[in-house]
Design a protein around this ligand. Structure first.
Ligand SMILES: [Zn+2]
Length: 81
């Protein structure tokens, strides 16, 4: 299981090779340390908590909305009734 998150402090990408409760993650760029617990990362610098979804955000954004085109074929059959 490999996950990519962003450092909440500096925005640097951090690769997680593993994920378990109590795991310590250190950003190589700004050296801040986060502890993973209960689905969240606790940033030790500020005691702030970040959910993993929050940190896993990617900045590409535009590639996610392509799914809609696949539904079109179904409409043709229903016109016969
Ligand atoms: Zn950082």
């Amino acid at each position: 299981m490999i996950k990519l998150i962003r450092c909440p402090s500096c925005g640097e990408e951090i690769v997680l090779n593993d994920l378990y409760k109590g795991m310590e993650v250190q950003c190589k760029l700004c050296n801040c340390i986060m502890i993973y617990q209960d689905g969240k990362f606790l940033l030790l610098d500020t005691n702030e908590e970040f959910s993993i979804e929050e940190l896993a955000q990617e900045e590409k954004g535009e590639e996610e909305e392509l799914d809609e085109e696949f539904d079109e074929d179904y409409y043709f059959e229903e016109d016969e009734y």
